[in-house]
Unconditional design. Sequence first.
Length: 410
Amino acid sequence: MFQRIRYRLLLSYLVVFASLLGIFAIAVRFAFTRSLSEQITDKLIAIGKGAAANVEFEKGRLTVESDFRPQDLIAYHQGLQWFDTQGNLINQQGKTVLILPFLPNKRVQIQTGKVPIQVVTVPILANDNGQLVGYVRVSQSLEEFDETLQKLDWVLGGGIIITLLLSGIGGILLTRQAMQPIEESFQKLKQFTADASHELRSPLMAIKINAELPLQYPEEIGPKDAEKFQAIASATNQMTRLTEDLLLLARTEKVPTQNRDTLNLTSILENLIQLYKPQAEAKQITFKFQLIANLQLIGDLVQLTRLFTNLFENALYYTPSRGVVEIKTSRVGSQLYVNVQDTGVGIAPEHIDKVFERFWRADQSRSYWSGGSGLGLAIAQAIAQNHGGLISVTSQLGVGSCFTVHLPTS
């Protein structure tokens, strides 16, 4: 149980921490991408303005006198194109291949493809009157930009993984240290429960014997005294059952059972059906069963018998007269399934998660003297988990409940 709690705490911690790291990494990447993109845009605008300053406009024609060396443009994966006001290409330099249409009103464009290219369009203004005489379109390959982002992704991803690994190691140590006092307290409580239950057995047995002894001679005691002794004997039986249940629960959860043998689950269920059939008939409950022959598993005979005894008693108790209790078995791979379904009072949806809690009862109005301690399903679940399985439940108020036992064959 505490191992599962530690794993859940550690998993929750890592999920929250990973989410925070992921948000941080996304924010860093977004800010870095935007800053780097703005730097490239500013650089291309500066190049475009420089190229525009070297253009001569005479007699209605543009004359390009570029100071940019083609080899430099090629080295930096850049390109220059000059257009007149009608969008006609006048000159170009560099090896950047553009297929984008010339759009003078759109300052920044991105050409997608195998190698993306960023394009910036800068207007050319005449020196004397500031009249628009043409445009310069500057382009640069974003290959280096993508490589830089890829390196950033590797750094951020590697950093997150390393941080999570170190955090996981630290989380294991911290959760172990945090859970240790709770585990020790719980173990002491279980030990106290087992010791107290064991020590109570002898005085309860003595009370029971002394309470039942006068009932064997009813003529020597009055009716009122006989009623009192009967109440004492009944309360003693109830307390004895409670101590036995607590002792079994404490021992079952303490260490895995060592008394494991190859068992025939079908035979266990058939014997219990024969045992509880008279009780079902007395209550006018129909007992149905569909059992697969010779279902073999490895387990403790006493504990598994107690598991299904508790489920049978629970189904018979909560099923009204003329109801139905049905037992079904199935096998899927290495898992055995036993369904104990009844047409009883059912369980409210908000109480489904509580059915296996100790001392919880579906009918909270049941008195202490009605025979149950509220530990039956908790014991059944503990035995199932001790055998590497579990018990699940589905229920509907007024319709009934179905308890499904999952058990591995080995």
